[in-house]
Design a protein around this ligand. Structure first.
Ligand SMILES: [Zn+2]
Length: 440
């Protein structure tokens, strides 16, 4: 069996023939089409396109729903089975519709929703490269042992609840919380989904049967500068950070900002400021070199210039790929808050808001990615993902991994987010090789 790559197609995979080829040991070539992938990325970028470049395409919005309809059309045009589950996840598959434990699939995917004023690759790349791989396999007549499927997970960016679709798929959605899930502007998830033709209360029905997914691999832009700075084309993700958020509230006393002597003030804001600076140093010093921290929300009460702040409230976020390190940092920061409060004569309360556990990528998925890189003659390096991804939910139910390609200038979540088209083609080629190895 011999399938020649078209002259315009640069990335191809060599492998052994599938079972049933009458004992003949032969090589075959399956090629992805970088041109077709680029055309689809540019077509998807038109849904929610902004005049100066980039896209705003939040989940369940009219541009997102138009993009969903377009994606379903592309999947069907590629002769794949396509369907949407009750959580709004879109699937395309080489096998029959639906994912069942009786026929476990090798799954790839990402998301087609974006942040406001986002770029054209975050999420879109993984979905459309997955589609390209499945189409290339079908065109080549390749029949891996396991069926393959591609998913577009709903609301990855978390307008109403982060990683919503993959949480539903992996049984991690809290049914009780669905009625209260809402966007920052107050719009409720149930209303947004109803507008798009979905019943939010049915989203938990998207849960996949145990054993339905044999492995999961997601291609994504790095969204940071590490690969570009190192000049390495492929990142093999070894872990995805856990994120902890806590509200830290310092309570002092309101006083006249002119007449109260400095040494008698119990200033809630100054305690919060000291905490923010020292917590930053603590995370840098004790975070094992891979932890980060951010104070992105600050409220000062009563918030006028002629009153000493009685109360200051911070939302303190920490991320680390190591669960023990993250737990240690959280404990140290809590005792730091108490020390700062005592020294400054104010009270403090630390209220945990959310905590996701770091996810480890599966050794066999990392090995499959590295083997695909070796076949394509591409250098790779292992690195952790400092951003959350649907793969961290999939890691709870199957062997999961991620492939990163460099982001130009490390830019992401902004309109000029981009990677080189050659890098995109390389990433899709490595995804194809990885999927083939996992489905063999
Ligand atoms: Zn993403």
């Amino acid at each position: 069996m011999g399938i020649a790559p078209k002259a315009t197609e640069r990335w191809f995979i060599l492998g052994t023939a599938p079972p049933g080829s009458q004992g003949l040991y032969c090589r075959f070539v399956i090629a992805i089409s970088p041109a077709r992938l680029r055309a689809r990325l540019e077509a998807l970028a038109r849904f929610g396109a902004l005049p100066g470049g980039g896209v705003t395409r939040p989940c369940w919005s009219p541009p997102h729903e138009a993009a969903r309809a377009w994606l379903l059309g592309e999947l069907r045009a590629a002769s794949l089975q396509a369907w949407v589950d009750p959580a709004g996840n879109v699937f395309g598959a080489t096998g029959p519709p639906g994912l069942g434990a009786d026929r476990p699939v090798v799954l790839t995917g990402s998301h087609i929703d974006t942040v406001p004023e986002g770029g054209i690759l975050d999420g879109a790349l993984g979905v459309l490269a997955g589609l390209e791989c499945l189409e290339a396999l079908r065109e080549a007549g390749a029949a891996p042992r396991l069926p393959l499927a591609v998913a577009a997970w709903s609301d990855e960016e978390g307008r109403y609840g982060s990683l919503f679709g993959s949480r539903a798929f992996t049984g991690r959605l809290d049914v009780e919380r669905i009625p209260e899930m809402a966007a920052a502007d107050g719009e409720r998830l149930v209303d947004a989904m109803a507008r798009a033709g979905f019943d939010a209360r049915r989203a938990p029905e998207a849960r996949a049967p145990a054993g339905a997914v044999a492995a999961y691999v997601e291609l994504h832009i790095e969204q940071g500068p590490r690969l570009e700075e190192a000049g390495i084309p492929i990142g093999v993700v070894d872990s995805i950070v856990g994120v902890r958020r806590a509200r830290v509230v310092f309570t002092g006393q309101a006083d006249h900002a002119g007449t109260t002597p400095m040494d008698r003030r119990r200033d809630g804001f100054l305690a919060a400021a000291e905490y923010a600076l020292r917590a930053r140093d603590l995370v840098v010093r004790r975070g094992g070199g891979r932890s980060v921290t951010n104070v992105g929300v600050v409220h000062v009460h009563p918030g006028v210039s002629n009153i000493v702040p009685a109360r200051a409230e911070l939302v303190h976020e920490m991320r680390s790929p190591d669960a023990d390190v993250l737990a240690g940092l959280a404990a140290r920061c809590e005792s730091l808050a108490r020390r700062v409060a005592r020294r400054r004569g104010v009270g403090v309360e630390v209220q945990p808001m959310s905590a996701t556990a770091p996810a480890a990528c599966a050794p066999r998925v990392m090995a499959a990615i590295e083997a695909a890189c070796a076949t394509a003659g591409l250098a790779s390096t292992r690195l952790h993902s400092a951003a959350g991804h649907d793969a961290q939910n999939l890691a709870a139910v199957t062997d999961a991994g991620m492939i990163f390609i460099p982001s130009r200038g490390g830019r992401s979540h902004r309109v000029d987010e981009m990677s080189d088209w050659e890098a995109i083609g390389r990433g899709a080629g490595v995804l194809l090789g990885t999927l083939l190895a996992l489905a063999r």
